[in-house]
Design a protein around this ligand. Structure first.
Ligand SMILES: Cc1ncc(COP(=O)(O)O)c(C=O)c1O
Length: 430
């Protein structure tokens, strides 16, 4: 269920023709889950989909229709590889909220989602075997990109205050001692996916110092930074060290992922190459999508909208936190201050990956911690998303999950092992 299905590979007439970099490509555990987890009877605590119902769809549709009537020849046309100048200007207003005040529109490159940005920066920086230091656990989509460029990921540890500077430095030293080239640190410093934690301000300073000391670029992936629960925004690493940081952020979580519009801010040399890489990869990001996003930004109070989202996600997070205290008090987790996820540590001896089919049978889905590692680690954790389901569904989802975990615990205590059923059979809702 979690990897490529073997029969498809066996029947593939091109099986022997793929490049070596395609060998390790497989559906992420999250993608593989999507089909089952998205059935309405399953409470999905698995995906990272934003809740979009607050968007003013009717008014927005009218404004987009007007934009297409008036500027259709531009919207339907190829665009610039760097992205539309007007949108890049508007992005400067957004990043100012995270203390990035010195950037110019020319420093910004528009991408097809941050996922595309991660692909571009890895393509630019990494030859096969080059090292990327990444947090442990790690955003699964980034792991897929790094693997596709045959980069080696060396993990650095986190705690409740985010990436631990000493661990970061140790990882650099370890790589250097192996004769490897460390190309960049990949970090999600604010409201981490999946760990939910945020890098403290003191650590931000220290991490940047270490990166400078070893001439290691910092790739700051920040799609959740504006979604804090206490109206606090953290200074982006980019705001603290413009020459050494490539910053990525996205409209996916603050407006809508369907537009596939995101951006990078990079020092001039890297920015120039990013534009060339974008051009050779996609020619140009979609004008239509960019102009739709600009229409939204130009006509609506996007700051107020973000505040509304903050309130909603905060309330969902609190509901999940409370439900966990009620139903699964024997687990542990850090209550996030923003973002979409709780990273739940389950009792020792239980295996989140093996338990997943049983959870789906009980009509609740999560992502096993193993999805966020390349090494098979992580079975002692699960990622629970509170972004999409309503509060009522969150409580019900946690209740269902607790019945599965309780049963697994009872089995483990009785036989010293957990159940290993693999075929999810979904019970009808009653
Ligand atoms: C940490 C992180 N980076 C990047 C992305 C990809 O975002 P986008 O929709 O902009 O491609 C996600 C999506 O969930 C994410 O969580």
């Amino acid at each position: 269920m979690t990897n490529n299905t073997p029969h498809i590979i066996k029947n593939d007439p091109w099986y022997g023709s793929y490049a070596s970099r395609a060998e390790d490509m497989r559906a992420s555990e999250i993608r593989a889950l999507f089909a089952v987890a998205s059935r309405p009877e399953v409470v999905s605590l698995a995906g990272g989909m934003p809740y979009l119902d607050f968007l003013p769809f009717d008014e927005l549709s009218e404004l987009v229709a007007k934009m297409l009537r008036e500027e259709g020849s531009h919207a339907w046309q190829y665009g610039s590889a760097q992205g539309n100048a007007h949108l890049r200007e508007r992005i400067l207003d957004i990043v100012r909220l995270e203390h990035i005040t010195d950037a110019q529109a020319d420093d910004v490159v528009i991408t097809n989602g941050s996922q595309n940005g991660l692909d571009l920066i890895t393509r630019l920086m990494c030859d096969p075997g080059d090292v990327i230091i990444a947090e442990d656990p790690n955003y699964v989509g980034a792991l897929g990109v790094f693997k596709s460029f045959q980069a080696e990921v060396i993990n650095a540890h986190m705690d409740a205050d985010g990436l631990i500077p000493e661990s970061f430095e140790e990882s650099i030293k370890y790589a250097i001692a192996q004769g490897k080239r460390v190309k960049f640190l990949y970090t999600v410093p604010t409201f981490h996916n999946p760990a939910g934690v945020t890098m403290s301000i003191e650590r931000r300073t220290r991490i940047l110092e270490i990166a400078r000391k070893y001439h290691v670029l910092v790739v700051e992936d920040n799609p959740y930074g504006l979604l804090s629960f206490d109206n606090k925004t953290y200074p982006a690493l980019r705001s603290m060290d413009p020459d050494n940081v490539v910053y990525l952020s996205s409209f996916s979580k603050i407006i809508a992922p369907g537009m596939r519009v995101a951006w990078m801010i990079a020092p001039p040399g890297i920015r120039q190459k990013l534009v060339l890489a974008n051009e050779s990869s996609i020619l140009s990001p979609s004008n239509m999508s960019q102009m739709t996003i600009s229409t939204y930004l130009d006509n609506f109070d996007w700051k107020k909208q973000i505040e509304e989202y903050r309130g909603m996600y905060k309330s969902r997070c609190e509901t999940m936190d409370q439900a966990l205290r009620t139903y699964m008090p024997y687990c542990s987790w850090n209550k996030p201050q923003g973002g979409f996820y709780i990273w739940l540590k389950i009792p020792e001896g239980l295996d989140a990956k093996a338990m997943l089919p049983r959870a789906i049978t009980a009509r609740v889905a999560y992502v096993s911690g193993t999805a966020f590692y390349d090494t098979g680690e992580g079975a002692d954790h699960m990622r629970l998303s509170f972004c999409y389901p309503t509060e009522e569904r969150i409580v019900e989802g946690i209740r269902r999950l607790s019945t599965v975990v309780d049963e697994e615990l009872a089995t483990a205590q009785l036989f010293g092992t957990t159940s290993t059923s693999t075929i999810p059979v979904i019970k009808p809702e009653n």
